[in-house]
Design a protein around this ligand. Structure first.
Ligand SMILES: *Cc1c(COP(=O)(O)O)cnc(C)c1O
Length: 456
């Protein structure tokens, strides 16, 4: 066995092991066809045969500055020469401290404390549990505040707490008996609003629903959780302008926490460092993951306010400590990658450089939107979703089992573009550093994919 591993396995052996031993996430293993990356550079993935593919979805929404960026790679190597890991339970390391300080500086005002974890789902769990515990033990406790308001079709991760506030039936319905109940609101969707409504009318209607839910559960709600500006896994569903700000105001008015899950939209994806900046709001909890380390290493963070922090202070015997932690929380290698990622935003003026690419993406989408089987194109910054439908005019969708989105991506792969859809929604969100001609190549391959995948 040792000998076998020491030898370089052939591409064929890897394919066999990959389909027979590795259990892939969100993948039907009975029909899995191996796609095995051997290395990557910039925005290009290179497979075991040496074939090159553009990374159209940033390795599942997390890569920001491209693969093998020398600055990030070097930061990880330098850290490796100091220490790879120490715990964050009752002790610290220089790199995670610097990262916490940096996050505090760049995040929306008022978020002064940082709790590290290892993935986005955990960052959400932490926010939910901190909010809950806050109401139990603050100076004048309100222990009856234990409900959460969340949105149908939202996605906050796959652990049981994050799945409870998530609302995508196809992912989590089976586990319903294991999940806690939440107060559910319809998705505030700019795209799927009633056709008779203007965006302003839709915003007011969605806010009225939120106000009503808060009123009906007066004094019982711990927090509202939202993916700010865009519900990602729901299909890149953009919100009416002003909605997020309105929700912030409602939360304040009812003294309810607002949890912003920026795991998908944080770190420049929407054209600003954080999506909350679009409406100039500060949440009470900010969940970060995915792009935090530029897509290099696992790390997540939950930021919160001094008000929350203070409610956890006291004598040891009072038991106000937050009993939650992950072995690799605040890992220094990940922190080094995250610090370098944040520094690159300044050194390379990433967001300024992104503007012409956002405009180019918009041009492509305007053309693609006229296709007879494209129901709508959504875009915020450098994130886009193209929804396919059998008959967009009369709102007749494609049956889920037809896998139209996957068929588009299957075609794109033959043109050297790797993408992964959300059901009937084709997603485009390449690394922020992609070149204009590479972006063109992605959009054109996907456009031809749409032609081919919808011609029957
Ligand atoms: C991906 C995602 C998560 C979960 O993050 P993991 O690192 O996969 O656990 C949570 N919230 C949102 C909005 C996401 O897109």
């Amino acid at each position: 066995m040792v000998d076998e591993l020491a030898d370089q396995p052939s591409a064929e052996e890897l394919r066999v092991w990959d389909s027979q031993i590795v259990w892939h996430a969100f993948t039907q293993m009975a029909e899995y066809r191996p796609f095995i990356v051997e290395r990557a550079e910039g925005c290009t993935l290179i497979d075991v045969e040496g074939k090159r593919y553009l990374d159209a979805v940033s390795s599942l929404w997390c890569n920001t500055h491209g693969h093998q960026h020398p600055r990030i790679s070097q930061a990880i190597r330098d850290q490796l020469d100091r220490v790879a890991h120490v715990t964050s339970l009752g002790m610290s390391n220089t790199t995670s401290i610097r990262l916490a300080r940096r996050l505090e500086q760049v995040s929306p005002p008022g978020l002064q404390h940082v709790f590290f974890s290892s993935d986005g789902s955990s960052a959400v769990e932490v926010a939910l549990k901190l909010a809950f515990q806050y109401w139990q033990q603050r100076e004048s406790p309100q222990p009856q505040r234990r409900k959460y308001i969340a949105f149908s079709n939202a996605y906050h991760g796959d652990t049981l707490g994050s799945a409870s506030v998530g609302g995508i039936a196809r992912f989590h319905e089976l586990f319903a008996p294991l999940l806690f109940d939440v107060v559910r609101l319809p998705l505030p969707s700019l795209v799927h609003r009633p056709r008779t409504m203007t965006p302003e009318q839709a915003r007011e209607e969605y806010l009225r629903q939120a106000a009503q839910a808060l009123g009906e559960n007066q004094g019982e709600v711990a927090a509202i959780i939202i993916e700010p500006m865009v519900h990602g896994a729901a299909g890149m569903i953009t919100q009416p302008p002003g909605y997020l700000r309105g929700l912030r105001d409602l939360a304040t008015e009812h003294d309810v926490f607002l949890i912003a899950d920026e795991v998908a939209v944080g770190f420049g994806r929407t054209g600003k460092l954080f999506a909350c900046e679009h409406e100039q709001i500060s949440p009470d909890f900010l969940c970060l993951g995915k792009g935090l380390t530029g897509g290099y290493l696992p790390m997540a963070a939950t930021l919160t306010t001094h008000r929350v922090w203070q409610a956890f202070l006291g004598d040891y015997a009072e038991g106000k400590v937050f009993c939650h932690g992950h072995t690799y929380s605040g890992n220094p290698l990940s922190a080094a990658a995250a610090l370098a990622t944040l520094e690159l935003f300044e050194e390379e003026q990433t967001l300024e450089q992104l503007e012409p690419k956002i405009a180019r993406l918009q041009e492509h989408l305007q053309r693609i939107e006229s296709h007879p089987h494209v129901a709508s194109c959504r875009q915020l910054g450098f994130l886009a979703g193209i929804e396919l439908a059998r008959d967009p005019e009369s709102d007749v969708p494609y049956d889920f089992a037809e896998r139209r989105g996957q068929r588009v991506c299957d075609h794109a792969l033959t043109e050297g573009v790797w993408a992964r859809p959300l059901g009937n929604v084709v997603v485009i969100m390449p690394p922020l550093t992609i070149a204009l001609d590479e972006l063109d190549q992605i959009c054109l391959a996907i456009e031809r994919g749409i032609e081919i995948a919808t011609n029957d």
